[in-house]
Design a protein around this ligand. Structure first.
Ligand code: MN
Length: 205
């Protein structure tokens, strides 16, 4: 049974950066539906005992093309939103510290450069999708973006995503309308970098 990440903050806690109605709709409608559908599909595919990561990395085991695509979409929708809601929290922002902060500086030059690069990927992604910060098993960081609910796992990169920006319109349209760049800029005010660093360390363990 795949469990939807339980929000430790209220729907209005991310104001003014993300409005309460957007968080409520995003979490209780979009994410909840992906979770429910993923559970149904995983059972149908005989994957109930597997992890979401395993399923997304091994979609080729599913013979039926329609079921395989639906698992990719809904499994991604489940997994991606768990990461998204987990990495944000009220009164966060700032810059990553510790080993993650050091690795970001080493890889991208500075936190500012990292932010500009991943923001450009998020803003430049045509249509619905995601921008990603990924690590390999050795701790090397890289950026990418994906369309729909695809992610670095279902795309077969072998990388582990540790931070993401949701750029589907449902993530920002009520407040920011067509101004995706404004949403991406303000999003950094609610990123919990300690949580992202925890994800980084877990990916290397
Ligand atoms: Mn979303």
């Amino acid at each position: 049974m795949f469990e939807q990440y339980v929000l430790p903050y209220s729907y209005d806690a991310l104001e003014p950066y993300i409005d309460a109605l957007t968080v409520e709709t995003h979490y209780s409608k979009h994410h909840a539906t992906y979770t429910k559908t993923f559970n149904e599909l995983a059972e149908k595919a005989g994957f109930s005992e597997k992890s979401a990561e395993y399923i997304l990395a091994n979609l080729e085991e599913v013979q039926d093309e329609g079921l395989r695509q639906a698992l990719k979409n809904n499994g991604g929708g489940y997994y991606n939103h768990n990461l998204y809601f987990e990495e944000i929290a009220p009164e966060k922002g700032g810059e990553p510290k510790g080993v993650l902060g050091e690795k970001i500086n080493e890889t991208f030059g500075s936190f500012q450069d990292f932010k500009e690069n991943i923001s450009a990927l998020a803003i430049g992604r045509f249509g619905s999708g995601w921008a990603w910060l990924n690590t390999d098993k050795e701790g090397n960081l890289s950026l990418s973006s994906s369309s729909n609910q695809d992610n670095p796992i279902s795309m077969g990169t072998g990388l582990t995503p540790i931070f993401t920006i949701d750029v589907w319109e449902h993530a920002y349209y009520l407040k920011y309308k067509n101004l995706r760049a404004s949403y991406v800029k303000e999003f950094f005010n609610i990123v919990d970098w300690d949580k992202v660093e925890e994800k980084y360390k877990n990916a290397l363990a």
